[in-house]
Design a protein around this ligand. Structure first.
Ligand code: NAP
Ligand code: ZN
Ligand code: ZN
Length: 347
């Protein structure tokens, strides 16, 4: 076994603290990765605090992982020692269901193996994430990190980036399309950059005025503050696509009215409480309300290559492992510009 050290949540209410554990020795198709950086996703906080239920403790969060290949199993062909690589939210799936066979393994009908707070395919070995110094994963779930992207700023692409790229592609954001991004946090700021690079007209819908200048610098064309409820009348029926990245409970029905006929509102934010909706604004203009979960491994690689081509990375605040608890509190207050990334060399 490989000795690993990391930072874990031990219960929903305790501060995260150091943790030592073991990773498996590499199997034929495994890659051993020295983790350099790991982003802090709001999903880490939801799970460490057991806001979604079913948390497995101790939990080593982290699914925006970048590092350097230390060693490979004997049958690995996709990666070699010294390569810059990444791991996102899933590390395995059944590989045989209809969705896995269509490169949609995030929607594996038997459930994907999540990078942490889950179990391996054996159903009993817990998975541990990226707030650690080393990880072992099957080569097919390991991404190539393009050479031009700085590893620390690229880490958030592995979850925040792909979670916005996938619905933007699926709902065909591009020239002539008006796209709204609700919430300018980790996910939202990646959505602005990617949607702008796709050529869409991008509007940020934020709950305060504070992030206006940053949004415009990231490529947004318009910034609307939703506390000012007159925006819902003024911009009624103007958007083709709105993506909701908000981590908290909000009044969704207000936003449906912003969509054009046949427009879609796609939710990616997963608050701990249900989002009540009134169906009338959907019914009235044949609008759709949909959801989207991260993206497939193939799509994640496409997204990384797209980001390299367009010089897109995350705006980050680099922290040490000792600062994780402070960072969690700041994310809870929407006070992050725009993703915390942990420097694992300080472990
Ligand atoms: P984040 O960095 O905390 O950003 C969330 C943003 O939501 C905030 O920056 C804020 O933007 C807005 N917000 C927060 N509280 C609000 C409130 N009370 N009212 C209105 N707006 C509020 O979080 P994140 O890492 O981007 O993650 C966002 C959500 O997506 C989380 O629930 C996470 O679990 C989920 N997620 C889903 C997937 C998926 O595959 N579907 C993947 C990753 C994460 P403004 O200040 O601009 O309003
Ligand atoms: Zn995430
Ligand atoms: Zn499957």
């Amino acid at each position: 076994m490989i000795q690993a050290k990391g930072v874990a949540a031990y219960s929903p209410t305790q501060a995260l603290a150091p943790f030592t554990f073991e990773r498996r020795d590499p199997r034929d198709h495994d890659v051993v990765i020295d983790i350099k950086f790991c982003g802090i996703c709001h999903s880490d906080i939801h799970q460490a605090r057991d806001e979604w239920g079913g948390a497995i403790f101790p939990m080593v969060p982290g699914h925006e992982i970048v590092g350097i290949v230390r060693a490979i199993g004997p049958k690995v062909t996709k990666h070699k020692a010294g390569d810059r690589v990444g791991i996102g939210c899933i590390v395995d799936s059944c590989r045989h269901c209809a969705h896995c066979e269509q490169n949609l393994e995030q929607y594996c009908l038997k459930g994907p193996t999540v990078t942490y707070n889950g179990y391996e395919r054996d159903g009993k070995t817990p998975t541990f994430g990226g707030y650690s110094n080393v990880i072992v994963a099957d080569e097919n779930y390991v991404l190539r990190m393009p050479a031009s992207l700085p590893l620390d700023q690229a880490a958030p692409l592995l979850c925040a980036g792909i979670t916005l790229y996938s619905p933007l592609m699926h709902w065909k954001a591009g020239p002539g399309k008006k796209v709204g991004i609700m919430g300018l946090g980790g996910l939202g700021h990646m959505g602005v950059k990617i949607a702008a690079a796709l050529g869409a007209h991008v509007t940020v819908l934020s709950h305060s005025e504070k992030k206006r200048d940053d949004a415009m610098r990231m490529g947004a064309h318009q910034f609307l503050v939703t506390h000012n409820t007159s925006v819902f009348q003024e911009y009624a029926s103007t958007f083709d696509l709105i993506i909701n990245t908000v981590s908290a409970e909000i009044k969704m029905s207000d936003y449906f009215g912003l969509l054009k006929l046949d427009g879609a509102l796609v939710v990616v934010g997963i608050p701990d409480k249900p989002l009540a909706i009134h169906p009338y604004p959907l019914v009235a203009m044949r609008r759709s309300y949909a959801g989207s979960l991260i993206g497939s491994i193939k799509e994640t690689q496409d997204m990384l290559d797209f980001c390299a081509k367009h010089n897109i990375a995350s705006d980050i605040e680099l922290i040490t492992p000792e600062q994780i608890n402070q960072a969690y509190d700041r994310v809870g207050k929407s006070d992050v510009r725009y993703r915390f990334v942990i420097d694992m060399s300080a472990l």
